[in-house]
Write a protein of this length. Structure first.
Length: 631
């Protein structure tokens, strides 16, 4: 039953009107975004039963490619609108490692005093608040300092872009253009995800793999500007005008395609569209055995290059990521499992990659992604840090043994050195190697940009971040990086503009409202800052941010209450709040706790303006020494 067909029901004290996408109580009406209403109805349909995140993804987000973080954020937003308390819930209970359970009573709505739902005279009510649509770029912001959209960024083949704290200038960085605007170069292209047209709609992983590999092939051609996968794949499942997509991405041409697979045969259709006028520059259809996927990918890339009249070397468009078609399919299934970005997804992905390596021990791709999966699982606390990071280190070394020029493996090792070892010199060396191998990689540019910001070289850092946005313009996390670059140096108007761009791309971007609110606070706009912080979707972050702002507004008792309700896992952010309040003893106490917990946010301690009030404290300087950071 669709939401629009459902009668009004009672959930706890709320009247729920699916036909209007509204909930109301005590004369107050709240307008819900359609997905939020579907979420509420699904939970009510299974009231008093545990509903897993996987079920919600399959049922509420059916046909939409999102990560589990989208579910977490949507549930958190719904709880807030219902007035629920996460510590003592009366509506939606969290069942650790299993999912969610609607615990409020559900019944048909019976109220003769109300006008019938279909009555056209029903008075209109101004919506109190609307839940914004959950987008694909929803972030995986485990800590506020981790501003990258991990759930998207990592699933698109990257490592965290903004958690690195390096102590050396990465001299291997090539100097690309600095313009981050969407100027359309004549030879620029965006490769959209291919559509799965198979009868059972179970070949999405295979369709994504074809588009991804064609993009990788085209990226090898210096004469082409290829828009990054993060930006291109934002349009997955969206039926938008290709001319508009090209304009938004800054691409003169857009490549789109479809896959129909049946048994061991496949049919791949692709077409190249000029985004200026929507004209067809080229189109073709390929019928082949599924095992010949590499050849089809080569042919598509070669045809695109011919259509664009680009001169290339003979070996530039040979796609041989793996020798075994069976191992390659396991690899693609692993990538698809990783995209779920939860404990089960990581475990399944690691198993697929290991199986691929059994079939093809020399596969660099499978080794790289096994290492990345193990690192992600450790970083997100699904396994103990020592066990997880040491396993990730071993797998990364295996990938580097297979190919010392694996940029992804070097960046994964950089990550381990940074957030687990706190070995800044070795982290800098690994980042430098990755940039030397792939100087046009937008992730590498963003990482180097953050490194320069961290080492107090904001102008050069901003140049590299802008270059990353030229290649991948719709990455919310890079806009947040650039915004924080500006914030740390007091360029507040520019900072706020970047955070707003990030939120335009991803309205539910976790951390976006937090950082924008801190920028508004620094501008002295206290009331506006508080209103902005109220929109932050991460409960712990919102509470910390409100505690900071309410202290600035002269409401210390309220600030104390907000700090007291911050959940576990936010030690670093709590330290930030106490440092801002000038309470050095408490700030150092919470920094010690963050240190013992191996809090990944500690990498940003030296450039965070909130610590300005305690930087002269000898204990703060001693703490930097423990982190192997210069004063």
């Amino acid at each position: 039953m669709q939401a629009s067909d459902s009668p009004a029901i009672r959930i706890g004290a709320w009247r729920v009107d699916p036909a209007l996408d509204e909930i109301s109580k005590d004369g107050n009406t709240v307008k819900l975004e359609r997905r939020a209403m579907q979420l509420l109805l699904y939970l009510s349909k299974h009231a008093d039963r545990v509903v897993s995140v996987e079920q919600l993804l399959d049922e509420v987000w059916a046909g939409v490619v999102v990560t589990p973080d989208s579910v977490y954020h949507a549930v958190a937003a719904l709880r807030r609108l219902l007035g629920d308390d996460t510590k003592q819930p009366t509506y939606i209970a969290n069942v650790p490692r299993r999912g969610y359970r609607l615990i409020a009573p559900v019944a048909p709505w019976i109220d003769s005093a109300r006008l019938p739902l279909e009555n056209p005279q029903r008075p209109a009510v101004e919506p109190a608040r609307t839940i914004l649509a959950v987008t694909k770029t929803g972030s995986s912001w485990r800590r506020f300092a981790i501003v990258a959209s991990v759930a998207l960024t990592l699933t698109l083949g990257y490592v965290l872009v903004d958690r690195f704290w390096l102590s050396k200038h990465p001299t291997a960085v090539e100097h690309p253009p600095t313009d981050a605007s969407t100027v359309v170069a004549d030879r620029s292209i965006a490769v959209l995800p291919f559509v799965d047209m198979s009868e059972k709609k179970d070949q999405e992983y295979f369709a994504d793999g074809i588009a991804d590999e064609v993009l990788n092939l085209l990226s090898k051609i210096p004469a082409l500007k290829v828009i990054g996968r993060t930006s291109s794949f934002q349009f997955k499942g969206k039926n938008e005008d290709l001319r508009k997509i090209g304009a938004e991405l800054g691409a003169a041409y857009v490549l789109e395609g479809s896959l129909r697979k049946s048994g061991d045969r496949m049919r791949v259709t692709a077409q190249l569209i000029a985004s200026r006028d929507g004209g067809h520059a080229w189109a073709d259809t390929y019928e082949a055995a599924s095992s010949d996927v590499f050849g089809v990918q080569d042919q598509i890339a070669a045809a695109v290059v011919r259509a664009l009249q680009v001169t290339i070397g003979a070996d530039d468009l040979r796609s041989r990521p793996m020798k075994s078609a069976e191992a390659y399919e396991l690899y693609l299934r692993g990538r698809h499992a990783y995209d779920r970005f939860d404990k089960a997804g990581f475990e399944n992905a690691a198993n697929y990659f290991r199986q691929a390596l059994v079939l093809e021990p020399s596969s660099v791709r499978a080794a790289e992604w096994l290492a990345l999966t193990l690192e992600s699982s450790a970083e997100w606390g699904f396994v103990p840090p020592r066990e997880g990071f040491e396993s990730a280190r071993a797998a990364t070394l295996q990938a580097l043994a297979l190919d010392s020029r694996s940029a992804l493996a070097h960046m994964n090792m950089c990550s381990i050195h940074t957030i687990y070892d706190w070995n800044w010199a070795d982290a800098a060396g690994e980042c430098q190697l990755a940039l030397a191998i792939e100087p046009r990689n937008p992730l590498a540019l963003a990482t180097a940009g953050q490194a320069l910001v961290a080492t107090d070289q904001p102008d050069e850092g901003a140049r590299l971040l802008s270059a990353a946005l030229t290649l991948d313009p719709m990455v919310a996390s890079t806009h947040v990086l650039l915004g924080n670059n500006r914030r740390t140096k007091g360029r507040l108007a520019e900072s706020a503009a970047e955070f707003r761009k990030a939120l335009d791309i991803s309205p539910q971007y976790v951390g976006g409202h937090y950082y924008l609110a801190l920028t508004l606070l620094a501008q002295g706009k206290l009331d506006t800052a508080r209103s902005e912080m109220e929109l932050e979707v991460a409960d712990g972050g919102r509470d910390v941010g409100l505690a900071i702002i309410d202290y600035a507004r002269g409401h210390k008792p309220q600030s104390d209450l907000e700090l007291a309700r911050v959940p576990d896992g936010w030690a670093y952010e709590i330290a930030c709040a106490y440092a801002y309040r000038g309470e050095a003893d408490r700030a150092i106490e919470w920094l010690d706790r963050a240190y013992n917990e191996k809090d990944v946010s500690l990498a940003f301690i030296k450039v965070e303006p909130l610590f300005g009030g305690i930087k002269t404290d000898s204990r703060y300087k001693t703490f930097l020494g423990r982190m192997n950071l210069p004063e």
